[in-house]
Design a protein around this ligand. Sequence first.
Ligand SMILES: *Cc1c(COP(=O)(O)O)cnc(C)c1O
Length: 398
Amino acid sequence: MDQQESSEVTWALETLAIRAGHRRTHEQEHGEPIFPTSSFVYGSAAEAAAKFGGEEPGNIYSRFTNPTVRTFEQRLAAMEGGERCVATSSGMAAILSTALALLSAGDEIVASRSLFGSTVSLFDKYLGKFGITTRYVELSDLAAWEAAMTPATRLLFAETPSNPLSEVVDIAALAEIAHRHDALLAIDNCFLTPALQKPISLGADLVIHSATKYLDGQGRAIGGAVVGRDRELEELFGVVRTCGPCLSPFNAWIFTKGLETLNLRMRAHCDNARILAEWLEAHPAVERVHYSGLASHPHHELAARQQQGFGAVLGFEVKGGRAAAWSVIDATRMLSITGNLGDVKTTITHPATTTHGRLSDEQKASSGITEGLIRVAVGLESLDDIRTDLARGLDALA
Ligand SMILES: *Cc1c(COP(=O)(O)O)cnc(C)c1O
């Protein structure tokens, strides 16, 4: 089922995840093949000239195109409902390539304050060197986004829901602000994936992925992707083709196979996370749980309207600050103590001293990263075992 076939019939997401983008070779293979080749050959000098000249479509060199990478790109584009996808060597390469493709010196970005740490460094330290300025606003405060817009604003950039407090922004309202100011809206859809949120259908122009997280889902490879319209993606393709942050065929194959089980995995992740969040909320040692799936979360209604699920990253605060939080983390025997997420293995981390350690005390206070805050990215182990592992430290505090 190639892209053309998939656009003629409206296939369900579950079907696209398993079949979109796969074009069988003359070997009639059932599964998606890997093409580990740097370059491609031609039947004649004239054919080579036509391919290099762009008169004939076809592969030239794997920095430009590769059939395995194309399968991943077409599958993800179909699932996100975008016209085109360009895969990259990492999630950060996807964000860098977007900036290189769409921004010039003097342009401005408006971004949410709660972004992946390396994204903030990319914007401030590296794009800043080339005269691109970024202003940061509170994710869910639409008036703040509006107030930060200037005639130089070209790009709005947000992650929703946020990490680790599960805050949500109204994507359709944000798209309206962006378009009224002639800017584009990019949503980093890492935490929900197209299985749970389709930003393009809500008006976003670009969707960014770290495929490293849930698209693979099993912690095997680093990769990324950008999905959007042909117009912007053609520019992005030019950046990747020329500058070289391309995805390897092996990693593209891993992500392609990862997409096949994405729907099932995301639903199972959400089920485990919801039950764990409810259990944590009732635990006497827990002061507060941040999970948009809980009715107590300030953005619960918006999340329920905008998303097809609440994801599996949640934060909770224990009484007793850093010492108490560390004691809960250190009492676990099964959970992985790591800053990573989007894995079948449940991970646990102390944001204030790891993922958000670069923030000043003031920034931590204003963004709700308290010393007692613990983040859990809920995996697919037995929920009973996850609970038992967390209870060991929590019960000692209660
Ligand atoms: C991990 C992550 C990235 C960066 O992706 P890499 O594949 O590690 O380069 C970007 N955004 C979010 C939300 C992430 O979690």
